[in-house]
Design a protein around this ligand. Structure first.
Ligand SMILES: Nc1ncnc2c1ncn2[C@@H]1O[C@H](COP(=O)(O)OP(=O)(O)OP(=O)(O)O)[C@@H](O)[C@H]1O
Length: 347
């Protein structure tokens, strides 16, 4: 990989919430690499730290949280690349505000979060464009309508004057994507953007994001708990558990050579056409509360392969087991991928 392919990196990212009961480690030493024109998926169960990771990248973590480590944005300026560490910026300052919605945009699960109910969607999209792109209101309006058209809004001139509540769920999602894309971001963070939509609209929104990535070369960070969506959307995948990356690899290796027991359990829990049994193996238990955790592997309490005295002694490092394939499991380096097996192979 050429170093200039990288557009955003997180290094040892730590986001901790300082609560009365103690320190909650929502993101605990995460490394991510986002490449130009590629989609990185972040997958994990509820509470694994996906949303806080994406909030951290944009520096929109609530006040009780602190963000440490490095978030390196590689900016192209006059043919040169400058690297800016977003962790050094004031979370409410001018510099990060220029990047948010400009170079890095975000779409959320719930579009009502992105829009104010008391302004038309046209006004809100135009405002973002005036903040980042042009000072000319007429030009900004033209860009807004054009972007609404690009995301598949029928009759965009009329939609421009409508309020968020006047749009259907699918249309609101498209409007939010239009707002995120109106300033031509280099990076789009999509946090469960289709969870609240019915399957048809879901498929359309995913297609839309893929089209935009192809046409504009936008890099995408796609956050989801749905491995089906990962398969459809992503080039690389980081599997998150208790605020740590437990497996990081390209999408094919994830589905055909996953090594971490947690990833394998996630894969076992999705339906496949060839699966003989109609029962899915859900992962027993839930993600523990990330406060005062015992030493050792975070997945120890739920792992079917866990070995007492091995897995619960020291914190486990993330190890590159083959080129580009990183796994955080003490039991894995003794196995070949074939031995570890693809969870789907036996079905
Ligand atoms: N503002 C906050 N204050 C305190 N703790 C928080 C806050 N936001 C998130 N957390 C905690 O951080 C951990 C990670 O939460 P996060 O929302 O990132 O998980 P997630 O993987 O995105 O889950 P989901 O899929 O349900 O959105 C959880 O234990 C959560 O309770």
């Amino acid at each position: 990989m050429k170093p200039d392919n990288v557009i955003l990196e997180a290094k040892n990212l730590r986001t901790y919430f300082h609560l009365d009961e103690g320190i909650l480690k929502a993101v605990d030493g995460v490394d991510l690499t986002i490449k130009e024109g590629k989609t990185l998926g972040i997958v994990g169960e509820s509470g694994s730290g996906k949303s806080v990771t994406s909030q951290s990248l944009l520096r929109i973590v609530p006040n009780t949280g602190t963000v440490e480590g490095e978030i390196l944005l590689h900016q192209r300026k006059n043919g040169k690349t400058e690297v800016l560490n977003l962790v050094d910026l004031a979370p409410h300052g001018k510099e990060i505000r220029a990047i948010r919605g400009g170079e890095i945009s975000m779409i959320f699960q719930e579009p009502m979060k992105a829009f104010s109910p008391i302004h038309t969607i046209g006004n809100q999209i135009t405002e973002a464009i005036l903040l980042h792109n042009t000072q000319d209101p007429a030009e900004a309006k033209g860009i807004a309508i054009d972007t609404l058209r690009k995301v598949g809004m029928s009759n965009p001139e009329q939609r421009f004057n409508e309020f968020p509540h006047q749009l259907s769920g699918g249309m609101r999602q498209r409007a939010m994507i239009a707002m995120a894309l109106a300033c031509n971001p280099s990076i789009l963070i999509a946090d469960e953007p289709t969870t609240a939509l019915d399957v048809t609209v879901q498929a359309q929104v995913l297609q839309l994001i893929n089209d935009l990535k192809e046409k504009n070369g936008t890099s995408v960070i796609f956050i989801t708990h749905d491995l089906g969506v990962i398969a459809e959307m992503c080039d690389e995948v980081a599997v998150l558990y208790l605020g740590k990356v437990v497996e990081y690899t390209d999408v094919d290796t994830l589905f055909y050579g996953a090594l971490h027991p947690y990833t394998q359990a996630l894969l076992h829990s999705i339906p496949t056409v060839t699966k003989r049994s109609s029962r899915l193996d859900s992962i027993e238990g839930t993600v523990p509360y990330p406060m005062n955790l015992p030493r050792g592997c975070g997945f120890y309490s739920r792992c079917k392969l866990a070995k007492a005295g091995v897995c619960n002694v020291e914190d486990v490092p993330l190890v590159e087991v083959s080129t580009g394939h990183h796994v955080r499991c003490l039991l894995v380096d003794k196995k070949e991928p074939e031995e570890a097996g693809c969870p789907h192979a036996e079905q």
